[in-house]
Design a protein around this ligand. Sequence first.
Ligand SMILES: Cc1cc2nc3c(=O)[nH]c(=O)nc-3n(C[C@H](O)[C@H](O)[C@H](O)COP(=O)(O)O)c2cc1C
Length: 339
Amino acid sequence: MTTYTRAAEAQRKPLHPAQGEAPDMEALVRLATLAASSHNTQPWRFVLVPDGIRILPDLDRRCPVVDPDDAHLWRSLGCAAENIVLGATLQGLSAQLQVSGKAVLVALSPAADMVPDRLARVIPERQSCKAPYDGQPLSEQDLQTLGAAGRVAGARAALVTDVPQRHAIADLVAEGNLIQLSDPAFRSELIGWMRFSDREAIATGDGLAGRVLGMPSVPRWLGRMLVGLALSGSRQAGTDRRLLGTSSTIAGIVAVGDGPEAWVAAGRASQRLQLQATALGIASAFLNQPIEVASLRPRLESLLGLAPGESAQLLLRLGRGPRRPHSLRRRLEEVIQPL
Ligand SMILES: Cc1cc2nc3c(=O)[nH]c(=O)nc-3n(C[C@H](O)[C@H](O)[C@H](O)COP(=O)(O)O)c2cc1C
């Protein structure tokens, strides 16, 4: 087993429900850190407060080019918050969320009749799998289960299986790639979050590890040079079109309104969708170009058929696919902030 795999496995130890023990807040933070985050920036800090866990945005981890309004940052906080909400059920705790423009408070209180949520058990196994899938349709029952899981107050997953509609969405992803990758600032920000060698990924515990992207482990100088030469809008557009062609379902995460509350709700819904997919043995990955490029978003929204007042927040593809190595996380000491 490689050092990278050992590090990833150590971070993803299975969960055991607490039995009559005092609530373990650090265990809940560990689960929160296993959530998805944009570019694996993990833009969060956790403060253990008497009534629960406060999640603060870590503004040093912003991505001002791809995410100028911090929407992805807040969606990432929503993903982390949902893991706490679910993990709390394993400890007999019920959770209430309060979102302000400054923080997300997950208030926790004992609930005698709490049933452990089945989605909590797969938190350590969830991953965004950027590999090709098998192209086979998902069953009606799986689609229904996914749709039901990807719903929280204020956000829902809109599932698209229709082929012409999926092709139209793939066109938007391709257009997004051409626009984003022709921008030197976008390229530089993306490459800045890439971790080209195992050593680099383990040292930082964050970012997009080569191993996860299916690339060999190489020194940073070489990785920068190779990716700098290979990364082009048209090449990425072709790759994403092929990947979408292997994914029989696309999910648009849509929310009521647009702002920190909607962003957090969207993150929660996407996390639940990915967890439910994991529980069903279904792979999932994000492709958010048509949301990140503001000029494409209205076209995506009309393809998703939104209700009045709803906005498109995130885009994922789903299907049966392989497992990839897990991405790494920072240590708890780095993300827990004293009260
Ligand atoms: C708000 C948000 C936006 C994301 N955008 C993208 C994206 O556009 N493309 C992509 O490949 N992955 C995207 N991701 C997935 C992250 O790269 C992934 O969550 C991170 O690398 C950690 O890996 P994991 O989900 O396997 O734990 C996004 C995740 C979140 C939460």
